[in-house]
Write a protein that binds this ligand. Sequence first.
Ligand code: ZN
Length: 279
Amino acid sequence: MKTSIEPIADLSRLCIHSITNKPWSIELMAEKYARAGVSGITIWREALADRDPAQIRRRFQQHGISIVSLCRGGFFASADHEVRQRAIQDNLLAIDMAVTLETDLIVLVCGADPVQSLEKSRMQIMIGLETILPHAETYGIRLAVEPLHPMYADVRSAINTLRQANDLVETIGSPLVGVAVDVYHLWWDPDLEDQIHRCGELDALFAFHLSDWKTPTTDLLNDRGLMGEGCIPLRTIRGWVEETGFTGHHEIEIFSNHYWQMNQDEYLNRIISAYRENC
Ligand code: ZN
């Protein structure tokens, strides 16, 4: 029997990705999120450019905000050997940065290369993951493979369904390798409910990302919607996720040219209302 989906009661599980409020500095996010009662942040590496990550960590700790994950590593797939080697180095650096930030999770956009087959890219992704895994094991850093919508299968990720991500996780068989379930990428998939449950059985559901799908979508990357603004059955999907026993954060991740132009204080208020009302 299915459990009923409780409405969102408070903000204790609300996390926002730094890219969502891109116009703000990371320091300003710490202040604004604390004041609004947001309890977590996922930090995109771009937001740390020219910053001392240890100082940023302390700032969020002082504000009582947990750093839920670091975004992002991956991009393992390339026809060019040197590009693949650079990606490995970059992922090792990402693990070191996660250690300094005292977060135990890195989100991986795994990569693809249009000059080679998706199967070949997937093989390189597996090799890349296995290559960085010992370094992740040294520090107990978890790696979340994020399956991306198939419209990104040319250059961003050859992992496009939750089934593929689960298969990869199952093959690697490490408790540190799991999945980030992002509704924007996966909402259309007829297997989604079954695969979310399978992901839970694998103990691999590491992260849950929220936004909405707008119609028409005017930009393939930067036109995500606020929750409730589009056609994604957010509450239904959250129900499936919670049925697995997932107790992690609900992470708001919205890339949007439209919202980046808006007053960010007003936007943050709208994010919080949309989270309460539509998730
Ligand atoms: Zn995501």
